[in-house]
Design a protein around this ligand. Structure first.
Ligand code: DC
Length: 218
């Protein structure tokens, strides 16, 4: 029996979060942003003074408590960190720490538990390949590197107009992160063989949503 899960994977800025959130809303499914979980862990470890070069053990992750509310806000040990985790620094740290086996083990377990407890849309890098290889529906969203960086830049500037970062810097960081996420040993960013590939370059969000819902609703 396939799991009542919709897996949406792809590189950063491909539109996964926006699309996954709307798809979940329309279907009455739970929405889980797994990238936000890796970001929250990065913030947690940073606050503990850890760097990605340190050896991270299960002990270091004791006391980690990640929670979501119905609006999709993420809480780290009771604090709403939804905005705090969106900075370029945390983006880089999330990618760095996500290579560490114990980090992946703990988050993968939590994601499986949440996704198995109710019909869910999970969004990330390894949902269709590792977390839920038995998901009922799998999608891989992609877009050109420039368009993805443009979207990220716009999103960051909207959240924080004073942020001093250029489009070129975002593009550079994004390329580094994509390379690292696709080439790591465990659960790399990869399209599952049975995932539907959608190139969202030049597409409106609502058209991507429509395409997914058409497949899911049959
Ligand atoms: O989706 P995002 O940009 O918020 O994800 C931040 C980082 O977390 C990403 O660079 C790699 C990591 N990640 C992961 O390794 N596996 C996932 N399922 C989701 C995110």
């Amino acid at each position: 029996m396939k799991k009542n899960v919709i897996a949406i994977d792809g590189p950063s800025g491909a539109g996964k979060s926006t699309v996954a959130k709307i798809v979940a809303e329309k279907l009455g499914y739970f929405y889980l942003n797994t990238g936000a979980m890796y970001r929250a862990v990065a913030l947690f470890l940073k606050q503990k003074g850890k760097t990605p070069d340190d050896t991270i053990t299960e002990e270091d992750l004791k006391g980690l408590d990640i929670d979501f509310d119905e609006k999709g806000n993420i809480y780290l040990n009771g604090e709403n960190v939804s905005d705090k985790i969106l900075t370029p620094e945390i983006s880089k740290l999330a990618s760095d720490f996500s290579k560490i086996p114990v980090v992946r083990k703990i988050l993968t377990e939590q994601q499986r538990k949440i996704g198995s407890s109710r019909p869910s849309v999970l969004e990330g890098r390894d949902i269709g390949t590792v977390v839920f290889p038995d998901a009922k529906y799998k999608f891989f969203l992609d877009a050109s590197a420039e368009e993805r960086a443009r979207r990220r830049y716009k999103q960051l500037k909207e959240k924080n107009p004073k942020m001093e970062i250029s489009f070129e810097e975002i593009l550079k960081q994004q390329k580094e992160r994509d390379k690292q996420d696709s080439s790591r040993d465990i659960a790399p960013l990869k399209k599952a063989d049975d995932a539907v590939y959608i190139d969202t370059t030049g597409m409106e969000i609502e058209d991507v949503v429509k395409k997914i819902l058409k497949i899911v609703k049959g």
